[in-house]
Ligand binder design. Structure first.
Ligand SMILES: [Zn+2]
Length: 341
């Protein structure tokens, strides 16, 4: 007992406290708080965060949920992870952003903030004195991403999207970075991986949360598990399991990761958009295999006359399809990915 207490003390002296914005966690402790004081019209503070700080040194992982506020499975997984992560077990630190986009969560909006109309996951790295979405992005960039070594951006199908699980695996051309991100994706345990080229390369115009990390030299992946605003246990558990497996891969947690044995790399993958505004009728289900030219969805006007259709440009898997009726011209209707040989 004396020895282990002494070891803990030595590590505590070695590790020191860890601070994220106004939140400071001592070694072997967890601490929670908010990054931004009340600034919205309803006076709710923004960006609830928990720092789980290990007693032993190690990497820092950021687990960011709720960039889209109607994506509930990562938000609920984040709650569960807060109770499952025991700081005494950690060699390193986990920063949990429980709900990045509180205005969208409380306002029950898909894609866009009800306060400023912006898509939080398109305004990174944010603006210090900008609109609420820009401020949130700025706080997450400065206080979370810049303090992390690895970032997992946790999503699911938005409130209108019927989605099968997959990971966005960025390809940057930097071999070391690309290999690290591939290992993260394999360690997460979901076998479908969209090969994601063409993300921004300028750290000042990174737009996406995960790209903000990548353009700052930190490996990051974006995870999708869940759909249509449903709190289904399987999708939540898949995120929890994946996060814990990645933390084992990084040696933040003891034990072996559960790696994907037979990855399905989707390349090309394409978001299909609507040719018209009106009422959407999807003709496929999430996860279906479709041939080139398969009718994915039709759009009618508000009287029922068909005014547009969307067909698959190639054979592949339906990664998601919009499954609720409203659709505007140019908005996503679904995403198809072709399994690479
Ligand atoms: Zn999302």
């Amino acid at each position: 007992m004396v020895t282990s207490a002494l070891v803990a003390l030595v590590f505590a002296l070695q590790v020191g406290p860890f601070t994220v914005g106004p939140i400071t966690a001592q070694p072997g402790r967890a601490a929670s708080g908010y990054l931004i004081a009340a600034e919205t019209p309803d006076g709710v503070p923004q960006v609830p965060v928990t720092v789980v700080h290990g007693a032993r040194p190690g990497p820092v992982i950021a687990l960011i949920s709720g960039n889209h506020g109607y994506e509930y499975t990562p938000i609920l997984a984040s709650q569960r992870l807060r109770t499952r992560l025991d700081p005494a077990q950690l060699s390193g630190t986990a920063i949990l952003v429980h709900v990045a986009n509180v205005p969208s969560f409380l306002g029950r909006t898909i894609y866009y903030s009800p306060v400023d109309g912006k898509n939080l996951n398109r305004v990174y790295p944010g603006v210090k004195d900008g609109t609420i979405s820009q401020k949130i992005a700025y706080a997450i960039t400065k206080d979370v991403i810049e303090k992390a070594d690895v970032v997992l951006d946790l999503h699911c199908g938005d409130g209108n999207e019927s989605l099968r699980p997959y990971v966005y695996l960025p390809v940057t051309g930097n071999a070391t970075m690309d290999a690290a991100m591939k290992e993260l994706a394999l360690a997460f345990g979901m076998d479908h991986m969209v090969i994601d080229r063409g993300r921004p390369t300028d750290p000042a115009k990174s737009l996406y949360c995960s790209t903000t990390a990548v353009t700052r030299g930190k490996p990051a992946i974006t995870v999708e598990s869940g759909f249509l605003g449903v709190r289904d246990d399987e999708s939540i558990a898949r995120i929890e399991t994946g996060v814990l497996s990645v933390m084992r891969h990084l040696k933040i947690l003891p034990g072996e990761p559960a790696r994907v044995e037979h990855p399905v790399y989707l390349d090309p993958a394409e978001v299909l958009t609507s040719p018209a505004t009106g009422i959407l009728y999807p003709h496929v289900e999430r996860g279906m295999s479709v041939a080139k030219g398969t009718l994915i969805a039709t759009v009618t006007d508000f009287f029922g006359k068909t005014i547009g259709e969307v067909r698959s440009p190639f054979a592949g898997v339906v990664l998601y399809v919009v499954a609720t009726p409203p659709i505007s011209k140019g908005e996503p209707v679904g995403m198809i990915g072709t399994p690479a040989p």
